[in-house]
Ligand binder design. Structure first.
Ligand code: UTP
Length: 612
């Protein structure tokens, strides 16, 4: 233990601590000594004499111990990392100095066709060596939903939650494996989202998943820092200010839990990282895996065409004298980088109206062999950064305490020339339509020409993906117009949900759908592996729902006609906080009323035909 006697005797503000020290365990005394040596005297100044506020002292030391255990290298490592990063931030070094951006290695799958099918076929074969990693620790402040985002319905015809959608996608992946196994599902939660996530899983019987395939990792908050020396900030005596460390924590947790290595040893080759409210990810997943496999990418970033200026990072190959590295350039760093190098006008649209570089949507497909090695080398601490807001020109004081942060897409910052980074570009709404903004902000974004990324648009695109799949299979799909609901666009139909159980690839949809047509206001939901449509015709606002258990082969034929679902806009009163309308509807400002959808459910194996 470092000798701190001198410090304790020479600093009158530490008298209280000195008097209390003997009552603490040896490990606690050691931690206190380490922190004092690291210059964190402020944490222990003006303590009460023994017997006064002892519970608060105990809670404070418990929180320090917890952080010391959770952070690789402990609090001393956190403080010294902070000092280094703060010194760099003070110098305002351009992180991309001397580097010039070029197009990253990429596979463009923004259109369907043979190439798309090829990668889906490959990806399908990789399901049994894949695990899904869902980062779900975020607060969702922009959406402002009173609960966890995973509980929100991704669509409101049947009100399936995001978590249920992901779980049923995993079940569908398992059903398509040649050698079936449980597909590991890793969920990162935080203190804010953890208890509710577990409650939802438990009260829904894990949505059909086995408990042993679901791994919950909880990210912890990190201490805030009040100055360039890395001094930990106090809310008051005996209480630290704690803040989120960012979604890059997933790498640290996969390292400290040993889970990445354990799953690699069990034959898992790829982790696909997904977000809490992007239901579209499942559309892109098979082909993205196929690309990772064929191109032998260690890190495959799924990307979309980027709108200039939007708050989405750009994926670029940065080339310099010492080599090249494909990275996510955050949107605030992109414009200066472009101005300094390839585009004096900055982040401006190209001839197609898009940014020069594809946009990162944080769906990542990572190869485990290199991942496990890099986690060991870095202890899972991936490219931390700090973003202090300075109060003075000399960059000495902060407006408010800052903290170290980390983003999961920054993993390639630790790559060397041996690792391959690539990008797979998909059509935007096919692969990405997050539910992250409240209606007012979404409407403003729409006005400004940016994607609204609201509950309504996420639901709209969920149906759109279904429509695209039917169209791809040769069905005639008549599209309705867009309607603005409180300034947010929503296409009235047709509303098509092809559950993952029905099809995971376009080839599967083609095999099961032959001819037919669906009108612009109609709805169709198919849930089951062996459902076949033969010349199905849905007219007007007709709605048809078919659910078939495993072993039930259902052929659906000919015309149907009913009143289906009607969209009803919510009144101001219904949207008010006092109203009992469920919050997942309030954040959309509409609901669907069932005026006679035909529902056919087959719960026994057998052969069935459904026709009017
Ligand atoms: P978002 O960018 O949507 O952030 O996170 P957010 O924190 O959830 O929402 P706002 O900014 O408060 O409105 C992208 C993904 O990363 C996860 C989120 O849950 C989401 O799936 N995330 C974010 C974490 O898991 N942990 C974090 O600390 C932050």
């Amino acid at each position: 233990m470092p000798n701190i006697d001198n410090m304790l005797s020479s600093n009158p503000a530490l008298k209280g601590l000195k008097d209390n020290l003997a009552q603490f365990s040896e490990t606690r005394q050691e931690l206190i000594a380490q922190l004092l040596v690291a210059g964190q005297t402020q944490l222990f100044e003006n303590w009460d004499t023994p017997g006064v506020n002892d519970e608060a002292k105990d809670a404070f030391l418990t929180s320090l111990e917890k952080i010391n255990t959770n952070y690789p290298g402990g609090l001393s490592a956190y403080i010294s990392n902070a000092q280094i990063l703060l010194a760099q931030a003070k110098e305002s070094k351009n992180p991309f100095e001397g580097l010039s951006p070029e197009q990253p290695d990429n596979v463009n799958l923004s259109e369907f066709g043979d190439k798309y099918d090829h990668y889906e076929t490959l990806g399908l074969q990789q399901f049994e060596k894949t695990a899904i990693v869902l980062v779900a620790g975020g607060l969702g402040e922009r959406l402002g939903y009173n609960g966890i985002k995973l509980d929100i319905a991704v669509e409101t015809l049947e009100s399936t939650s995001y978590l249920e959608h992901y779980a049923s996608s995993i079940k569908a992946m398992e059903a398509r494996m040649t050698n079936p196994r449980l597909l590991p599902f890793i969920i990162m939660v935080s203190q804010d989202t953890g208890p509710k996530t577990l409650k939802t899983l438990e009260s829904n019987n894990y949505f059909g998943l086995q408990k042993e395939q679901v791994f919950i990792l909880q990210q912890e908050l990190v201490p805030a820092i009040s100055d360039n020396n890395g001094s930990l900030a106090l809310k008051k005596t005996y209480e630290l200010i704690l803040k989120p460390h960012g979604h890059g924590d997933i790498h640290m947790l996969l390292y400290t839990s040993g889970l990445a290595e354990k799953l690699a040893n069990k034959g898992i080759e790829h982790f696909v990282f997904i977000q809490d409210t992007n239901g579209q990810v499942i559309n892109a997943l098979p082909a993205a895996l196929g690309v990772s496999l064929e191109k032998e990418y260690d890190f495959n970033s799924i990307a979309v065409n980027r709108i200039p200026g939007e708050a989405v990072g750009a994926l670029a190959k940065l080339v310099g004298p010492k080599g090249e590295l494909t990275l996510n350039v955050e949107y605030n760093q992109l414009d200066p980088l472009l101005r300094d190098t390839v585009s004096p006008e900055g982040d401006v649209p190209n001839a197609q109206g898009f940014s020069m570089f594809p946009g990162n949507i944080n769906i990542l497909c990572i190869r485990l062999t290199s991942y496990v090695r890099i986690l060991k080398e870095s202890q899972g601490i991936i490219a931390e950064f700090v973003n202090p807001k300075y109060a003075d020109a000399s960059k000495t004081t902060f407006k408010k305490p800052t903290r170290l942060e980390t983003m999961m897409q920054d993993l390639p910052k630790l790559f060397g020339p041996g690792e391959k980074v690539g990008v797979t570009i998909f059509a935007r709404e096919w692969s990405f339509s997050a539910n992250k903004n409240n209606i007012v902000d979404a409407a403003a974004k729409y006005q400004a020409g940016s994607p609204p990324e609201s509950s309504a648009t996420a639901e709209d695109h969920f149906y759109m993906a279904g429509r695209s799949k039917l169209q791809e299979a040769g069905m005639t799909v008549n599209a309705a117009d867009n309607e603005l609901i409180l300034g947010v666009p929503f296409q009235l139909g047709p509303k098509v949900i092809l559950r993952p159980s029905f099809a995971m690839t376009l080839a599967e949809v083609r095999n099961k759908v032959s001819g037919g047509s669906i009108s612009d206001q109609a709805s169709l939901i198919l849930d089951g592996r062996d459902i076949h449509l033969e010349g199905l015709e849905l007219s007007g606002s007709t709605a048809l729902i078919i659910k078939a258990c495993d072993g039930a082969k259902v052929t659906v034929k000919g015309p149907f006609n009913n009143e289906g679902f009607t969209l009803v806009k919510l009144s101001e009163e219904e949207r008010s906080p006092e109203s009992t309308v469920p919050e997942y509807l309030k954040i959309r400002a509409y609901k669907f009323e069932n005026s006679g959808a035909q529902i056919y459910e087959f719960n026994e194996p057998g052969e069935y035909t459904v026709e009017n």
